[in-house]
Every structure is written in structure tokens, then in C-alpha cells.
Design a binder for this molecule. Structure first.
Ligand code: C5P
Length: 218
């Protein structure tokens, strides 16, 4: 179809969420936070005490997710879980269950459904490589582990949540290893992706670069 897609992939805390969101706002596009779908599945599993090794049961949860996105708010059933899904334990569980092919497969249709006029900005790990391989603009955001740990640290402190830098560094490294080395849909720049190193860029500078690339498509 002709509905434009901009994919923004990258590691944890690379700033892709912020950048993707702002690009979507500037262009008036829809926004797909694919990580939230893995987080919602993880939250459901944790609450139901689903065996985190049971690929089939997890895929069923993913397939029947009752979620909706209302602006900044993410609902699971009728409950606003926007904050609950950001917990570290949920993120870690998400990255574990995301290694199961059946779970990934179960979430494909939901993700494709976000492609609606006038366009969508899709943020995740495999948006350009697997979900929207024909996207006209693909971006891969990177930043050093140190820069990402610092951003995460400021974010948490800003929310009044206490955090230790060493813990954050270790956590990021572990998550990177899992996301990069998994057999299915590993985190790698998609073919044709523009790589944007953001360690020394503000979010606004990164947004500007993405908009420039988009404008250059004509
Ligand atoms: O981006 P976010 O940190 O919210 O994603 C949570 C986890 O979900 C990631 O660590 C990753 O393992 C998984 N994920 C994925 N594919 C995506 C988005 C997220 O495997 N497209």
C-alpha cells in the first residue's frame, strides 16, 4: 500500500521512543510503540502467573491481548497500565518472552494494523527488518551504553524512582546481549537503514535529522 511508514529501531534507552513520538507528532502520523506490546504480554503473563517458559501459553496471551492505545495512555482491558508496563521487571520479562517465535508471530497482525492513513512511525527492534521491510524510511538509532545508562538514570530520578548507575549499566548490557544475540529477529540495522549515533545529540537534533531524511524522499 502507499501509506508511508517510518521505522525507528534501536537498543534499549537509545531514545527511539522519544524520537519516534516527536516525529509522529510533527508529521501528524500514528505511532506504534511495538515494545509496549511485548510489555503488555509480559504484564499479563506475570499477573496470571503464566509459566514464562511455556511458549504456547505466552503466544496465546499475545494473540488475545485486549489492549488499546489512547494518546499517551495504554489500556489492558479497562485498566490504564501506562506506568505498570514501564517497570524494570516487566521490561526484563518482555525481553525474555520476545525470544519465542510464537510470541513474535502472534503480535504481527496487531502491529501491521497500525499502518493507517496518513502514515505511521513504528518504534522497536525489528520494525524495519521484519514487520515493515518495505518502509520508505528506516532509521537505526544507537548510543553508547554509558550515554543510554545516563539517560535512563535521569529519567528514573526525574520520576522520583531511586536508581543505581552500576545496576542500570548491567541491566542494559544484559538486555542488549539478549536482544542482539537471539535467533529470531535479532536487533540489527535493517537493510537500507540510516544509522544515527545519538550519544552526543539531543532528542530534538535526532528528530530533525529523521525529518530531513523523510523530506529528502520527496
Ligand atoms: O522497547 P522496549 O524496551 O519497550 O521493549 C521491551 C522489550 O521487548 C525489548 O527488550 C525487546 O526484547 C522486546 N522487543 C522486541 N521487538 C520489538 C520491540 C520490543 O523484541 N519490536
Amino acid at each position: 500500500s502507499q501509506i508511508p511508514v517510518i521505522t525507528i529501531d534501536g537498543p534499549t534507552a537509545s531514545g527511539k521512543g522519544t524520537v519516534a513520538h516527536r516525529v509522529a507528532d510533527k508529521l501528524g502520523f500514528h505511532y506504534l510503540d511495538s515494545g509496549a506490546l511485548y510489555r503488555l504480554t509480559a504484564l499479563s503473563a506475570l499477573r496470571r502467573d503464566t509459566d514464562l517458559a511455556d511458549e504456547h501459553a505466552l503466544a496465546k496471551l499475545a494473540e488475545h491481548l485486549q489492549c488499546s492505545f489512547q494518546g499517551e495512555h495504554i489500556l489492558l482491558g479497562h485498566e490504564d497500565v501506562s506506568d505498570a508496563i514501564r517497570a524494570e521487571v516487566v521490561g526484563n520479562t518482555a525481553s525474555k518472552i520476545a525470544t519465542f517465535p510464537a510470541v513474535r508471530h502472534a503480535l504481527v497482525g496487531l502491529q501491521l494494523g497500525f499502518r493507517k492513513a496518513p502514515g505511521v512511525v513504528a518504534d522497536g527492534r525489528d520494525m524495519g527488518s521484519v514487520i515493515f521491510p518495505h518502509a520508505p524510511l528506516k532509521v537505526f538509532l544507537t548510543a553508547s551504553v554509558a550515554a543510554r545508562a545516563e539517560r535512563r538514570y535521569k529519567q528514573l530520578i526525574g520520576k522520583g524512582i531511586s536508581a543505581k548507575m552500576e545496576d542500570l549499566l548491567m541491566d542494559l548490557q544484559a538486555r542488549d546481549d539478549r536482544d542482539t544475540n537471539r535467533a529470531i529477529a535479532p536487533l540489527v540495522p535493517a537493510e537500507g537503514a540510516h544509522v544515527l549515533e545519538t550519544s552526543n545529540l539531543t532528542a530534538d537534533e535526532a528528530v530533525e535529522q529523521v525529518l530531513k531524511w523523510y523530506a529528502a524522499l520527496g
